[in-house]
Design a protein around this ligand. Structure first.
Ligand code: CLF
Ligand code: SF4
Length: 516
């Protein structure tokens, strides 16, 4: 049954032409050499139709470029779920968008609305409110839409975003449209019910529990129908898929084609994170997650077809901040309720204008550095890892990095291809050798690691592992610095000073439960 709010909201009218353009948008719409789609979620202003750029430019998930500058927040108003995934333990947040083992603080819609205003006042670059759990938002439609209504009325400059397993989606598309929820994510792990039966033991639909292939058939039909209905209405859709080696890894290419043909804007293939202590079916049966190179190879193989998201952090259902940082602890319910909230959209706008100036400077610096590679003929590609706190700069100390961003360098430039979560190396003033091993395993496929600062001991160990520590670009822009370093690297190869070699695979941290 769809949710009909008591109060009717004024719908922001979208010009026909814009809606048509978004509805017709299949992939990024730009073409690189040989007629190939050239962009990923790294697509910039020049790669997208202006109306679509307007929708994605400040959305940290829909634009890789934006995620260095803009933040999102989630409010955990939706506790119930209507299906069971084999990678989920319902004691924790929905694993379709969260890492396993994360528990969020649940809120009422009123508490959520106050929290959004408090965060928006404190973090002016927070541009998007998402509802992504801890269960399924559309299994809790009253709470979900009441929260959207309250935010829409009090802070209309904040974009609204929703993430769902899709079972109830067809019943709610008109309400989603009515509330100007501009961005919807659906988790689609299969379009073949036989494969689905290995991922979903049951669903609960129309007051009845379905199991096995029948459950998976209903789920896939509802997901694809919901996706089509949303894109027909001009709502930007992202599809999340969990890559489960041996179950749906090869099949995800087919999923990619199916969602692209139904107008999905972005595909986010995430690694299964699976360990026995998560208490999930997959954790207990020893189902492994993919390695970093397996994940990248699948993402690469789908990229010619449509936009791929590679910067997802599998956020918690009450995440706050830039992707990759988590400030949720600063905004506990107790702290929020005691806070004086001073929501001022003009201050937010002024701050965001400054962010845009920095962003333009970054793009210009990248462009001018790229010109130095003009005429270079080489097939060499290398990965590098970068320690950053945001703003697109190399501004994090090696020992303080909780993750490294990974870029692929080639004569085409620097392309963001993922991130690697790690254990902190610096433990209160001293280095932890066990952590250093896990850091090296996490970035083992990289030729260099770019940092703002690094101590002598880790520097030596990284060097011995064949990973060059690079601190000469401290505080500089990432892409500009990476291209400059790559140019030197090619020059050394061309002069015969070094021999280029391909590095090995790397680990995706499966780890114990992580709070942030
Ligand atoms: Fe949240 Fe999701 Fe909206 Fe983003 S997250 S509801 S689209 S605002 Fe983003 Fe987090 Fe990945 Fe989700 S990084 S888990 S994709
Ligand atoms: Fe868990 Fe989310 Fe799947 Fe529901 S949809 S079972 S909350 S992972």
């Amino acid at each position: 049954m769809s949710y009909s709010p008591g109060i009717s909201l004024p719908v922001i009218q979208q010009p026909e032409a814009i809606m048509q353009q978004v509805a017709e948008h299949k992939g990024c719409g730009t073409h690189g050499g040989s007629g190939k789609a050239s962009c990923g979620s790294g697509a910039g202003q020049n790669d997208l139709a202006p109306e679509i750029w307007e929708k994605v430019k400040n959305h940290p998930c829909y634009s890789e470029e934006a995620h260095h500058h803009y933040a999102r927040m989630h409010v955990a108003v939706a506790p119930a779920c209507n299906i069971q995934c084999n990678y989920c333990n319902r004691k924790y947040d929905c694993a379709n968008e969260s890492r396993p083992g994360v528990v969020s603080e649940k809120l009422t819609p009123q508490q959520a609305a106050k929290k959004v205003l408090a965060v928006a006042s404190t973090i002016p670059q927070m541009t998007v409110l998402g509802i992504a759990g801890p269960g399924d938002p559309l299994a809790n439609p009253e709470k979900t839409f009441e929260t959207f209504r309250l935010i829409y009325e009090t802070a209309p400059d904040i974009k609204l975003c929703l993430s769902t397993n899709g079972l109830m989606l067809p019943d709610h598309v008109d309400t989603i449209k009515k509330f100007n929820v501009d961005h919807v994510t659906i988790t689609i792990n299969m379009v073949d019910p036989e494969i689905g039966a290995k991922i979903y033991p049951w669903i609960y639909w129309k007051h009845k529990r379905y199991t096995g292939v029948e459950a998976a058939r209903i789920l896939t039909e509802r997901q694809l129908q919901g996706l089509e209905m949303l894109t027909e209405r001009g709502i930007l859709c992202k599809v999340n898929s969990v890559m489960i080696p041996g179950i749906n890894d090869k099949h995800l290419v087919e999923v990619n084609r199916a969602v692209k043909s139904r107008g999905a804007f972005l595909h986010n293939i995430m690694p299964l994170i699976s360990a026995p202590e998560h208490g999930t079916v997959f954790g207990l049966t020893g189902q492994r997650g993919p390695s970093a190179q397996e994940l990248k190879a699948l993402q690469d193989s789908c990229e010619g077809e449509m936009n791929m998201m590679r910067h997802c952090r599998q956020c918690r259902a009450d995440a706050v901040g830039l992707l990759g940082e988590d400030r949720s602890a600063e905004f506990s319910t107790e702290k929020i309720m005691a806070m004086e909230v001073n929501y001022d959209s003009e201050t937010r706008k002024a701050y965001q204008a400054k962010v845009e100036v920095e962003r333009d400077a970054k793009v210009a610096a990248r462009q001018s550095e790229l010109e130095t590679l003009a005429g270079e003929m080489s097939d060499i590609k290398v990965l590098i890892a970068v320690a950053t706190k945001g703003s697109g700069r190399i501004n994090e100390h090696f020992g303080h990095a909780k993750e490294f961003q990974v870029y692929e360098l080639s004569t085409a430039g620097a392309k963001f291809v993922g991130h690697r979560r790690v254990d902190l190396y610096c433990q209160g003033g001293f280095g932890d050798e066990d952590s250093l091993d896990t850091v090296i395993r996490a970035i083992n496929d990289c030729h260099a690691v770019f940092v703002a600062k690094i101590g002598g001991c880790p520097k030596d160990t990284l060097g011995k592992a064949g990973i060059e520590p690079v601190d000469r670009y401290a505080l500089e822009f990432i892409e500009q610095s990476a291209i400059s370093w790559f140019k030197d690297y090619l020059d050394k190869v061309n002069r015969g000073e070094i021999e280029h070699s391909v590095r090995g695979d790397a680990d995706i941290r499966q780890g114990a439960f992580i709070a942030a």
